[in-house]
Write a protein that binds this ligand. Structure first.
Ligand code: SF4
Ligand code: SF4
Length: 139
């Protein structure tokens, strides 16, 4: 990670949604966690599929939920590992194989609030896999 680069960068979209990008470095706790990627059903509007105009998520990585909604394969019922997750959960090197193309729920999920406090869901999910709680967001 470059010096002075924030570990969590917020990016406001034209429709006012706030997307999050995590820096690729030691300060990024997700790169040794991955707990959320094996917990939630990760669903999205089918327009986010790469075959749709402006879509990014590889079609072969999603399952159909209904005529309008798809979800990441593996997460259909919740508590399942997303097909795009690579590595061992809770170990260094875990990462998303489609980070630049991941769906909006993953982009909207924040590790830290704007005030810098850790996401309580992260704390809960990390504890479940034996990881320590997150500290406040580094400066
Ligand atoms: S649970 Fe939180 S810290 Fe862990 S990978 Fe997900 S967003 Fe990152
Ligand atoms: S697409 Fe990537 S970030 Fe989203 S749940 Fe799957 S592995 Fe995690």
């Amino acid at each position: 990670m470059q010096e002075n680069q924030p570990v969590q960068r917020l990016d406001i979209q034209a429709d006012s949604r706030v997307f999050v990008d995590m820096a690729n470095g030691d300060a990024n706790p997700c790169l040794s966690c991955g707990a959320c990627c094996q917990h939630f059903r990760v669903s999205m509007y089918m327009g986010e599929m790469a075959s749709s105009p402006g879509g990014t998520v590889p079609d072969e990585m999603v399952s159909r939920v209904n005529p309008y909604i798809v979800c990441m394969k593996g997460t259909e019922a919740g508590h399942g590992r997303c097909i795009a997750l690579r590595g061992e959960v809770g170990q260094p090197g875990i990462h998303c194989a489609i980070y630049a193309h991941r769906p909006s729920p993953c982009r909207e999920y924040r590790v830290w609030s704007e005030e810098g406090s850790p996401n309580p869901d992260c704390q809960r999910l990390r504890a479940k896999i034996g990881l320590p709680p997150l500290p406040a967001m580094p400066d």
